[in-house]
Design a protein around this ligand. Structure first.
Ligand code: SAM
Ligand code: SF4
Length: 431
């Protein structure tokens, strides 16, 4: 009998991308063919994100588009997996969507898919121990890998749906993480990114995140990154490991969310602007050349013009290297969804635009200051115009460069002299 072809379309964060790699392994080891061309698919799975309404709207649009495909190919099965599946469950069923599975249900996908040929199937049961630690993901890149160290989140920031879709925090045993990284290193891996919704709250018995980072650094893997940090969890010990170890990248992605203490309190973030500024000062003092990036939300319920100006002042003050800036999006079931003081949509958009304009100028200025310096880049691909190469610096800035060397290849580290900037990217020449 022909193996069913499955196409996986992934939306959202790095954790979702890694989850799709786990799903690939789970399906491939149970008689399914995971294909990269959706026109060959018997099954299309959408691995979804529900952090903002926009993300959900995009998935709904894609489902509607592919539903049209089912008219020509009625046996095509559509399924929704991941955070949207967990959040909305059966509400996602339609004449086209027949399978719904949450982030803890991926092991059951082969069984669920077979059942879905005869009936609509939903599985959104939380498995508080599920970490997929024994599953070797089929990785998109041979050189750069995401390695989950924990799943879930206990923080309950008042705007955020993640604790409701991904469940409680659970850490993966250090022995299993280190074994995976040693295997990656042996098979050509150059860079790993330790992943967790709340990565620095990692805990395996006596081992905290600083301990894990040291142990991972000892494997000798080329480069180590980690995502995403919460300001309450960044300890001096973590900064010390970053400062001492050459293979730990000098980059901290540290979501601030707002520059107003009143709004931070309503967001349940657990720190003040002054705590955050002290942390940044300490990180810059300890870790040479560190780049700092952030996430911020504009138009949270009750955000006044004064709160917004406070956010702009902090952006100006800190001079982030890059920022992911969002307008607040109501998420049903979260605490903030029921707070008074909803900010009109046009004000959210206007504030977001002003913040983006300010941050773009800062990013550009910071990158101009890098002209004339040298940076090590891990080559990921040919540049878009095909005349050079593309990769990221250790500070996580995109770099496009040319080289006269014939030995240069994807997956190699190369020293690049920075000659100019487009604003967000650096342009240079390899030695
Ligand atoms: N765990 C990380 C943290 O602590 O920041 C990030 C998780 S979340 C998937 C990524 C970013 O989405 C958040 O940092 C926040 O800025 C943004 N976000 C989350 N919920 C949001 C909402 N309801 N509206 C707008 N942005 C939101
Ligand atoms: Fe969401 Fe806050 Fe957890 Fe990040 S720390 S995933 S923003 S609840």
């Amino acid at each position: 009998m022909k193996k069913p072809n499955v196409y996986i379309e992934t939306y959202g964060c790095q954790m979702n991308k890694l989850d799709s790699e786990y799903v690939h392994t789970i399906l491939a080891s149970d008689g399914f063919n995971v294909v990269s061309d959706k026109s060959q698919a018997d099954v299309i799975l959408f691995n979804t994100c529900s952090v903002r309404e926009n993300a959900e709207r995009r998935v709904r649009g894609r489902i509607a588009e592919l539903s049209a495909l089912r008219k020509k190919k009625p046996e095509l099965l559509l399924g929704v997996i991941g955070c949207m599946a967990q959040e909305l469950g059966e509400k996602l069923f339609s004449k086209d969507v027949r399978l719904i599975a949450g982030p803890d249900s991926y092991r059951k996908l082969p069984v669920l898919l077979r059942r879905a040929c005869n009936e609509a199937v939903v599985d959104t049961i939380f498995e508080s121990d599920e970490t997929y630690e024994d599953i070797k993901p089929v990785r998109a890149s041979q050189f750069s890998a995401w390695v989950a160290v924990m799943r879930g989140c206990n923080n309950y920031c008042s705007y955020c749906i993640v604790p409701y879709t991904r469940g409680r925090e659970r850490s993966i045993p250090i022995t299993s993480i280190v074994a995976e990284i040693e295997y990656l290193k042996k098979t050509g891996g150059r860079e790993i990114t330790l992943l967790g919704q709340n990565v620095n709250s990692y805990c395996d018995g006596e081992v905290n995140f600083a301990g894990l980072l040291k142990r991972v650094s000892d494997t000798g893997i080329g480069r180590i990154r980690f995502l995403t940090s919460h300001p309450k969890d960044i300890t001096t010990d973590i900064l010390d490991v970053m400062a001492e170890r050459d293979n730990v990248c000098p980059h901290l992605h540290l979501p601030l969310q707002s520059g107003s203490d009143r709004i931070l309190k309503a967001m349940n973030r657990g720190y003040t602007v002054s705590d955050y500024m002290s942390l940044i000062k300490k990180a810059r003092e300890k870790v040479n050349g560190i780049s700092i990036t952030t996430d911020m939300i504009f138009g949270f319920p009750g955000e006044t013009e004064e709160d917004f100006q406070a956010s702009l002042r902090v952006i100006e003050n800190i001079q982030f290297d890059f920022a992911f800036l969002y307008r607040y999006s109501e998420r049903e079931g979260t605490k903030a969804c029921h707070l008074p003081g909803s900010v009109p949509e046009e004000i959210r958009i206007d504030r977001l635009k002003k913040a983006i304009a300010m941050q773009n100028t800062i990013t550009h200025q910071n990158n101009e200051e890098r002209i004339g310096s040298e940076t090590v880049v891990l080559i990921e691909a040919l540049s878009k115009d095909g005349r050079g190469w593309f990769g990221f610096s250790d500070t996580n800035i995109p770099v496009v460069f040319t080289s006269e060397s014939k030995d240069i290849k994807i997956g190699a580290f190369v020293n690049v002299l920075i000659e100019s900037t487009t604003g967000s990217s650096l342009i240079g020449k390899a030695e």
